[in-house]
Every structure is written in structure tokens, then in C-alpha cells.
Design a protein around this ligand. Sequence first.
Ligand SMILES: Nc1ncnc2c1ncn2[C@@H]1O[C@H](COP(=O)(O)OP(=O)(O)O)[C@@H](O)[C@H]1O
Ligand SMILES: [Mg+2]
Length: 247
Amino acid sequence: MEQLLRVKDLRKKRILNGITFEMKQGEMMAVMGPSGSGKSTLLYNVAGMDRPDGGEVWLGNTQITGRTENEKAGLRLHRMGFVFQQMNMLANLNILDNILLPALHAGKNGHGKKQELRRRAQALMEKLSISGLEQRRINEVSGGQLQRACICRSMMNEPEILFADEPTGALNKGAAEEVMAELGRLNREGTAMLIVTHDSRVASRCDRVIYLLDGRICGELALGKQTGEPGRQRTDAVNDWLAGMGW
Ligand SMILES: Nc1ncnc2c1ncn2[C@@H]1O[C@H](COP(=O)(O)OP(=O)(O)O)[C@@H](O)[C@H]1O
Ligand SMILES: [Mg+2]
């Protein structure tokens, strides 16, 4: 498989102390580590939302580091997707319009184009089992439904890679499992994913897990791609590995 993401000696203040890793196309990788170890900072610096002090980030043949803020915003809009725990959806828009927002920003919005985007949004909603919620306000759906809407929004521009920071952090166990099953399905259809999580069940759905401590990668666990639901053994393997890391 081809390389998708290359991160070389990334540094940020005392928070990231030289992070190097690569991801292949279609890979799904989890980042774990104690609170304050630099996981969110790593994600923001890799995605070009923050400016690292040193190192390089490449998405395919495009170097993200060193680009202007405008160029990085364009790369994020067209080539990356984002799912965060805070679920930053706009309260004054309904679910459908929230999902459409990044796509409307990305494209030339002739009438036909808008219809096509609306169809794509509704197909995604159908796929993530939230059809019928188009006109609801964000406070009129459950946490799990809202996070699935966030995933729809993140997929609208067909990203090469999706970045998620604690995507299940605000969800109960059942909703978390559903959201992760959806992410797993989208990954098997080809979207690479970099997922920060403190949940070993979430990590057990990933192909690979890295462990961050004091802004350094100090361990890596290769699991291979998950098909279907992860069994107990897989989560146990992650937990055993985490115990060895001092988790
Ligand atoms: N912009 C910033 N300036 C200074 N310190 C920061 C900044 N952002 C985060 N930190 C600090 O860096 C450390 C790592 O933060 P973070 O990446 O959020 O960790 P994690 O996501 O692993 O919990 C923490 O000690 C945090 O307080
Ligand atoms: Mg964090």
C-alpha cells in the first residue's frame, strides 16, 4: 500500500518532543496515552490547525508544514475530515444544514450542485441510520445521533483521512459502540483514520495503536485490520499491551 501520511520529527514547545510515524492509505490508527501526554496537540499539529516548531508533515505528495494558513484550510476542507468530542455543530442550524456546511464551503454552489450535495448528505444520513432527523435542531437528538451527524459532515467532501479526537468520549457505552462500528465500516470502504482515544475498545477496532508519553511515541501495537465486531481477545490484547506501557 502507498504512504498516505508521513510525520517526521514533529516538535511543539515541550509538548511534542520529536514525533515520527507514517500511515498507509486506508489505515486506521489509534493514539493512546495518559491525559496531558500530547495526543490532541499531535492531532492538531498533524492536521495543520496548529503551527509546530519543527518537523514535517506530508499528506501524499503535499507538504502541510510550511504552507500558509489559507492553503492549510483548503487542504483540511478538501482532503481531511474531523470528528471531535465537543461535537462543534452550530446550534442555529438543523442537522441537515450542519452536515451540508463544509460541502457548501468547498464547492461552487449552483442550484444543481446544491441538490446533489443534499442527496449526498441524505445518503450518508441513511448509511449512518439517522434518516428522518434532517430538520431537528442539535439539542433535539441524542448524543450518539449527533456524533453520527458529525461523522456525516466529516465525510461530505470525501476525505482521504479522518481525524478524530475522543470521538466516543461523551457517549454512553452503547452509543460509543455504534459510532465506532460506523467508523470501522467507513474505514473498510477506504477512508484512513487517526483516532485519539482513552478507550481500549475503541483502539481494538484499529489496525494499529501508538502510545504517547511526554510527547514521545514509546510503544506501538500492530493488530491488523478488524472485520466485523472485535472479539474479547482483541480488546484483551490492547489492555495487556497498555498494562505493559504503564497505563
Ligand atoms: N497551546 C498550548 N500552550 C501551552 N501548553 C499547552 C497548549 N495546548 C496544550 N498544552 C499543554 O500540553 C500538554 C498536552 O496537552 P494535550 O495535547 O491536550 O494532551 P492530551 O490530549 O494527551 O490530554 C498539557 O500539559 C497541556 O496543558
Ligand atoms: Mg486531548
